[in-house]
Design a protein. Structure first.
Length: 188
């Protein structure tokens, strides 16, 4: 898998990412075609995870499909639909599949989406998700049990929220390497 984004962060380059929505169905061909148009023009594609609480293919599967096309991705992880066991399992899986760029998000409320009868999980929120990823990168799970088959090497990002100093202060010490804003990206 490519690591152009990581190299650009380390070189303190100005970063450009673009957001891509996974398909609303089982055929990824339209998503791949759109992503191919952006290949080489951006450092990575930020693949949404149930944006606006609307059902779509998983970010994890979509990222793997794009990475297989040579397109670097940032895999969004939201807390809305997974408890801490599910988040940890998916993060370990992302690492094993070579998906190393993660964007930690709390997630949009279910009432904003198209599955109003769904129940939100929110076992963790984005600050605790950042803490969880830091633990996995240090070889421990959320309960401080060692990862006997090896630590992860995930590069985690967080959304850049204008005029929200409390959120930024809480997140600034949690190993976030990247702050993503809708119009552009900033390096920490």
């Amino acid at each position: 898998m490519t690591q152009r984004l990581r190299q650009a962060i380390q070189a303190q380059e100005f970063l450009i990412t673009a957001e891509v929505a996974p398909p609303k169905g089982g055929d990824p061909s339209h998503m791949i075609a759109m992503a191919q148009c952006l290949k080489g023009r951006v450092h990575a594609l930020n693949v949404t995870d149930g944006s606006r609480a609307v059902l779509r293919m998983s970010s994890l599967a979509s990222c793997l499909l794009l990475e297989q096309q040579g397109i670097e991705t940032v895999c969004q992880f939201t807390c809305r639909d997974r408890n801490r066991l599910g988040l940890q399992a998916d993060l370990l899986g992302a690492h094993a599949l070579g998906l190393r760029n993660i964007l930690a998000l709390t997630g949009d409320p279910v009432k904003a989406g198209d599955q109003l009868e769904a129940r939100p999980v929110f076992d963790l929120e984005s600050i605790r998700l950042l803490q969880l990823i830091r633990k996995l990168n240090h070889g421990f799970d959320w309960s401080d049990q060692p990862l006997t088959d090896g630590a992860t090497d995930l590069w985690v990002g967080q959304p850049w929220i204008r005029n929200c100093p409390i959120s930024l202060l809480c997140k600034s010490d949690l190993s976030a390497k990247l702050k993503l804003e809708h119009s552009f990206s900033k390096v920490k």
